[in-house]
Design a protein around this ligand. Structure first.
Ligand code: ZN
Length: 446
């Protein structure tokens, strides 16, 4: 996706157009801005992140007190960190949180003491197979402290006493998340969610945050059929808490997806809903099939990101997951190598374009009734063959008119017709618009 390629949600003049290369650069700049912040499940890093998102979209920031029971879980204490280091006998910081926030195991209990090298090693994590990389580790529900080092740093530690300090607090506070709701013509909702709980990791969490922020901006300019809800939540506990507190409103959710890891150079991957045949599954599959790019579609599995919670059997919401290379299938995953050079503006823009195309299908996937069902109407007489565009794809446009007319019997949606005809949804939608204009079609509202 380079140059002045654009994507538009429909052929109506009033709908916005996105210039992909520019938007990819803007998404990348946003990731650069968010990258230094030390995020975790809770705490000021999440708040600072949501504040930056709030500069782009009018996000509502919500706080749930620590200790709040949410289904089988409890909202944890709030964790905040100011500084951390390992100092050698000369007082030099041999490991410094200020250099890289991955150095501290997330949710480490505060510690300040002198330890032997042996004792220190029991609290240190490294990646011997990638000696320059720092791993990302958490200890949310097991009270402990720890440091993450490059293996090269560990090998450089001499047998002496070290001063370890983690200047952190773990006390009653809140779990913070962001929510942005856009009212549509219907109360039926599309739910789009991403996680905001990882520190300086670009593909895993920041790419999703950037995509959802830019998609929300885009959707805010649309004339909407559906209402949209965008969630920026800490992984697992955030979606569990949100589902628990919003259980009475979940029946409004008709479609949705989780966004995670959408900036790497790999191909686009879609993980289906637990239902496997939801409209969102068919919409994304259609976009990918007609994209001209390599892609993968995976069945649902009960591990991964927050789709695990949204698709738990008690809810079974029609929520898929969009990503590029699946988590854990690239060596940079959960390491310091998931950095600003691991994500690419063109991958971000391409992922956004595919999500926009999916939204376009959801918005326009309606059923119609042919108003002249006894034999074909005389399209040439009405100038319809000429009215819908240039000569090069004239044949496709004619075919689209015939497919739409024949299958607009009140039981086929435009996506059904697009899939049957092997034509792109956009061509089918344009044909339906032309036929509507000439009174040959009427929307069917059963
Ligand atoms: Zn992760």
């Amino acid at each position: 996706m380079h140059g002045r390629e654009t994507v538009s949600v429909s052929n109506q003049a009033a709908t916005p157009e996105v210039e992909l290369s520019a938007v990819g650069e803007a998404m990348y700049r946003f990731i650069t801005q968010l990258y230094p912040i030390c995020r975790s499940l809770t705490g000021d890093g999440v708040r600072a992140t949501l504040k930056l998102i709030q500069e782009q979209i009018p996000l509502t920031i919500r706080e749930i007190p620590s200790g709040t029971p949410v289904f089988d879980w409890t909202v944890p204490p709030e964790w905040n960190i100011r500084d951390a280091y390992i100092k050698n006998m000369r007082g030099e910081r041999v490991v410094d949180f200020r250099q890289c926030n991955l150095h501290v195991v997330s949710y480490s209990t505060p510690v300040r003491k002198r330890v032997s090298l042996e004792e220190l090693k029991a609290h240190v994590f490294t990646l011997p197979e990638h000696p320059e990389w720092i791993p990302y580790r958490t200890s949310y529900y097991h009270r402990d402290w720890g440091f993450c080092l490059s293996h090269r740093q560990l090998l450089g530690l001499q047998d002496q006493e070290y001063e370890v300090c983690i200047d952190a607090s773990l006390e009653d506070g809140h779990l913070t998340y962001g929510e942005y709701y856009l009212q549509g013509a219907q109360t039926d909702e599309v739910l789009i969610s991403c996680h905001v709980c990882h520190p300086s990791l670009c593909n895993d969490n920041l790419s999703g945050i950037a995509l959802v922020t830019f998609l929300a901006t885009y959707v805010s300019f649309l004339s909407r059929r559906y209402s949209y809800r965008f969630l920026f939540i800490p992984g697992a506990i955030g979606s569990i808490a949100w589902l628990c507190l919003n259980e009475s409103r979940l029946s409004a959710i008709k479609h949705g997806f989780v966004v995670a890891g959408v900036g790497d150079a790999g191909r686009f991957t879609y993980k289906k809903t637990r239902r496997g045949d939801a409209e969102i599954d068919r919409a994304v599959a259609h976009v990918l099939k007609h994209s001209g790019h390599d892609y993968a579609v995976m069945d649902f599995s009960p591990y991964g990101y927050d789709e695990r919670q949204f698709c738990s059997p008690g809810f079974n919401l029609p929520m898929g997951c969009v990503m590029r290379t699946p988590h854990g299938q690239y060596p940079e995953y959960h390491t310091s190598a998931d950095n600003l050079s691991f994500v690419h503006p063109h991958s971000l823009a391409d992922s956004l374009a595919k999500c926009i195309s999916t939204v376009s299908i959801l918005e326009n996937n309606k059923k119609y009734m042919n108003q002249n069902p006894k034999c074909e109407p005389h399209l040439g007489k009405r100038g319809l063959y000429q009215k819908i565009g240039g000569q090069t794809d004239k044949r496709i446009k004619e075919l689209a008119l015939l497919w739409v007319l024949n299958f607009s019997d009140g039981s086929h949606t435009l996506l059904d017709i697009a899939d049957k005809s092997q034509l792109e949804f956009h061509a089918i939608k344009m044909a339906a618009d032309a036929l509507l204009k000439y009174g040959l079609l009427k929307e069917s509202r059963e």
